[in-house]
Design a protein around this ligand. Structure first.
Ligand code: PLP
Length: 397
């Protein structure tokens, strides 16, 4: 075991308070310590069969695969390592949709852009239907059953938890509906893994995508769970290569990254319950004070069925970008980091029925492992004073 005391997750006094954990998380110092030797002394290629460097790397990958699989109650042979969730999503959707000619995919309008854009690409080969949601972002399972049953559906693709509003979908019921109709259930579990229990066996999941950098692991590593492994659920590879990952994903394995992913999953399995409770209390406290101190503030999403760390709030009459600029010592976001740069209002908030002005007045707070009570107190004060100032300021134009 490496010594993690050289590394720290303590916040330097001059850095902003980070409340954007759904965009990415810092690598946990314990994870970093575990990864470090695999960049230098233990640098072997996991596919080198002829010497100890290769054997050591392969053993480290095996151990990591075990931890990644265990976190979601999968078997190690059912995990394929990729570069990120986006790649896993593309592998799953394109691999399945294109494998069964002329058959349909059912998904939802609130999916992450990675799913939506992969769906747009397979529309040339298969019919894709997009389910809507209600004002709290909830799916209608009756509508799902109807859509799945009305055509020869090959794949149901629904996110486990939403990155913007935090809603947790009823994946267990959705997978039953999919299976009753002979379809597979794919879930984008990127935001759920490590925050809420994901049990691919109990939940009836056939394919699941997730990523190390959302759970205190490094960027550049993801996983795709494939029920029964490569021979159980046949997928067309996106990246052909030297037969790595049982032929499903070619390319030399990112050994340090995979080791870090494994360690992040091992820690998550041990600490998730307590951590989610603590973070949930902080998030609820944040919402309580904002709702008490400020008029015309609305929490978006399903308050009874959300990730414990996520809060999406509309501040009526306040431009979210101005608010974010106004509080430089608090790092929050207007929505998904993966579509930042886009001036379009959030497709998730629009799907809930918010108009453009309301969507542009919404901020996502996402808390995590290193968020403290003192940080939340400070952040709330900053939000309250900034919203008051911006609302009082004479409007230009
Ligand atoms: N799916 C969801 C729900 C996400 O939140 C994200 C990242 O924000 C992704 C997919 C893409 O993940 P990655 O950055 O690992 O490609």
């Amino acid at each position: 075991m490496s010594d993690s005391s050289n590394y720290t997750n303590a916040r330097a006094a001059d850095t902003p308070i980070y409340l954007d954990y759904n965009a990415t998380t810092p690598v946990d110092a314990r994870v970093f310590a575990r990864m470090a030797p695999y960049f230098t002394a233990a640098f072997g290629n996991a596919a080198s069969r002829d010497h100890a460097f290769g054997w050591d790397a392969a053993a480290a990958v095996d151990e990591a695969r075990y931890h990644v699989a265990s976190l979601i109650n999968a078997r190690p042979g059912e995990i394929v390592f990729t570069s990120c969730s986006t790649e896993s999503i593309n592998l799953a959707l394109k691999g399945v949709a294109r494998g069964g000619a002329g058959r349909a995919v059912v998904t939802s309008v609130v999916e992450h852009e990675a799913v939506l854009s992969a769906c747009r690409q397979v529309e040339a080969d298969v019919e894709v239907s997009y389910l809507g949601v209600d004002g709290a972002g909830r799916l209608d399972l009756g509508e799902l059953a109807e859509s799945v049953g009305s055509k020869a559906t090959r794949l149901v693709a629904l996110m486990f938890a939403n990155n913007e509003i935090g809603n947790v979908n009823p994946i267990r019921q959705a997978s039953k509906i999919a299976h009753d109709a002979g379809a597979l259930l794919f879930t984008d579990a990127t935001q759920a893994v490590g925050k809420v229990p994901v049990d691919v066996r109990a939940d009836g999941v056939d394919l699941a995508a997730f990523s190390a950098h959302k759970i205190y692991g490094p960027k550049g590593v993801g996983a795709l769970f494939i029920r029964g492994g490569a021979s159980g659920t046949k997928l067309e590879p996106l990246i052909a290569g030297g037969g790595q990952e049982r032929g499903v994903r070619g390319g030399t394995l990112n050994v340090p990254g995979i080791v870090g992913f494994g360690e992040a999953c091992r820690i998550a399995r041990l600490e998730m319950g307590e951590e989610s409770e603590r973070v949930g209390r902080l998030r609820d406290g944040l919402e309580e004070v904002l709702l008490k101190e400020l008029p015309d503030v609305h929490v978006n999403g399903d308050r009874g069925g959300r990730l414990p760390n996520t809060s999406n709030i509309t501040f009526d009459g306040v431009d979210a970008r101005s608010l974010i600029r106004h509080m430089k010592d608090v790092a929050v976001s207007t929505g998904s980091a993966c579509s930042t740069g886009s001036a379009d209002p959030s497709h998730v908030l629009k799907a809930l029925g918010l108009n453009n002005e309301q969507a542009y007045s919404s901020v996502r707070f996402s808390l995590g492992r290193f968020t403290t009570e003192a940080e939340i107190e400070h952040a709330v004060e900053r939000v309250v004073s900034s919203v008051r100032k911006l609302r009082d300021a004479p409007r230009s134009g």
